[in-house]
Write a protein that binds this ligand. Sequence first.
Ligand code: BTN
Length: 241
Amino acid sequence: MELLYLETVDSTNKYAKEYIKELSDKTVVYTYNQTSGRGRLERKWNYMGEDNIYASIVLKPSSEMKEVYSNLTQLLCVVLAEVMEEYNPISPPKIKWPNDIRINGKKISGILAEGVNNGKHFDGLVLGFGVNLNVSKDVLDKIDQPATSLNIEAGECIDKDVFLKKVLERFCLLYNRFIEEGFLLIREDYKKRAEFLNKEVAVKVFDKIYKGIAEDVTSNGALVLKSEEDKKQILYIGDIL
Ligand code: BTN
């Protein structure tokens, strides 16, 4: 993996997408000063200070898009949760489908995957992730959604470079097998950490809301919802409200 450190940048995802042609496969673009971070569904990703992670992995697995690439966010999600667990937070990190990580219902990390196409050619994928590693309670309280940070959950300061190295090493270790075997490789590890399973949830898919019991996660990472009428719905994208 090649590391590309930028002293300051509007968004590591935006930068990686813009320069994807020049960047080699598995380059990690990262900064400690991201001025205009972006989240899923046109949301913003708040800047929480320089002791946190703002990074994007450039991946160029082939010249055409394959279904399994859309599950890479779930691989990264499991890897992030595993590394967080090494720091022994009082409560374990949990996954909110498809790829948010929360501790005690408070968000600690988010992932934004973006594909880059040039006509029919698939240039690659940018897998951006932000992790709150060292944020004070005061700053967290000012955010418009419940959020936490690993230093608070683990009761110690977290070395951001060590954390990033652990994540990238673990991700690289699993990556090739994941491309071959798909979501099944991590399905059990993912489900073990899923906070939504067997609970009643409402899922927003574009402007529609689906309600039901989150029954399972399929072998390709989709969410199985069982509605009141016992109907099963399989959701591939969406946001649990
Ligand atoms: C989300 O939870 O909505 C996803 C947040 C992703 C944030 C990261 S921070 C690094 C990378 N650059 C961005 O602009 N966004 C991602």
